[in-house]
Write a protein that binds this ligand. Sequence first.
Ligand SMILES: Cc1cc2nc3c(=O)[nH]c(=O)nc-3n(C[C@H](O)[C@H](O)[C@H](O)COP(=O)(O)OP(=O)(O)OC[C@H]3O[C@@H](n4cnc5c(N)ncnc54)[C@H](O)[C@@H]3O)c2cc1C
Length: 407
Amino acid sequence: MEKKVEKYDVVIIGGGAAGLTAGIYCGRARLKTLLIEKSLVGGLATYTNEIENYPGFPEGATGLGLMELFHKQAKKFGVTFKLTDVKSVNLEGETKIVETFRTTYEAKAVIVASGGKPRLTGAKGEDGFLYDKGISFCATCDAAANTGKTVLVVGSGDAAIEEGMFLTKFADKVIVSVLHDTGKMDCNEIAKAQAMSNPKMEFIWNTVVHEFAGEERLNAVILKNLKTEELIPVKVDSCFLFIGYLPNTDIFKGMLDMNRGGYLITNEKMETNIEGVFAAGDVRDKFLKQVATAVGDGAIAGYSVEKYIAESETFHSQIMRSDMPGMVYVWNAVDPKCRELLPLIEKYEAALVGKVRVTRVDVYKSAGIATRLGVTQVPCIVTIKDGKIDRVITDNICDEEIAAAVE
Ligand SMILES: Cc1cc2nc3c(=O)[nH]c(=O)nc-3n(C[C@H](O)[C@H](O)[C@H](O)COP(=O)(O)OP(=O)(O)OC[C@H]3O[C@@H](n4cnc5c(N)ncnc54)[C@H](O)[C@@H]3O)c2cc1C
């Protein structure tokens, strides 16, 4: 069966908080925007009952309710939604290719907002108690619901121990299941010392989860001692798993730069190592993974895409035209050396009308165009002939040099 081909300005992969926010920004900027989500629009946040730390909702909001609002707003700005799995991508080159089972999508830009998933233990009973039924992955989110209760934390890395200590502000008892011998943990020494002196924390060493048990909700975790094989039932109200997080980045391996954990590396504009490809939300290598930060990332990625596409269009339709030679003055308005040259540039703008197309590119506003021209230093003059870069002048920009370059 021949695949359908559809063209968009931007394709967003993932419909969580980050992807939906990017969609709102792209749609509002009148870009033809497609968002592809493989399971539930709203992403991970829809799994949590109560979101109390997202600004603007003093009474709190349900994850589902909040994400429905994001979804509604993205639809209002004309974003097209497809519920399907992105199987592969080809991101090199000007046209980005995003493949699903039935359709090939072509786009000028792609935003990766595919989030991640918490690593599970694989123990018996786990699937039945995930999220609102007692197994949680987010102390920031679910600590308040455990006020006065007993919780089990699985893991001993920085996240496990720091989140465990946070939980002691709410829970009466925080029991920690640690894989290692007594006194050995994966977290930093300061966290370890603080945790071990915290009267609300208890440790069960050399253990892994053997089984999760309960009726409607989790009420016990059966641990197994790795040395003695002894099974240790622990009565709990909730269990928090902090044994790692897996980003949804398999399809980008070998293409996009990642850290050791597989999270995508971006700069502050959410740009990845490939031009025209941006990443936002939990899929990024970043400090705090929450709805509020996913929203910030999505906004930046959407804005960056808008600028990227506008700059691409200017670059191709105005600067690299082959019907007339061109001269580009790449400058920075706040740089005195650049400003000093303006009268000379204005002289050429007037003299070359109808013969050479003169364009000014301010690196502050249009850094992407300067990058495409290969300019790293300003002031700079670039001349274009037959749609290609002819000369680049950075040193000694003067009347004679410009006259020689545009003759
Ligand atoms: C139980 C729980 C409770 C939480 N509570 C809170 C809270 O109270 N407050 C708070 O601020 N944060 C909370 N968080 C964290 C918050 O949910 C995340 O930080 C946020 O959802 C990140 O949004 P995102 O868009 O980056 O990723 P996600 O929400 O993970 O969305 C990514 C989306 O991409 C989709 N996707 C992945 N791969 C593909 C593919 N190949 N093709 C198509 N679609 C794909 C996924 O299906 C998913 O829907 C909680 C997290 C959990 C797990």
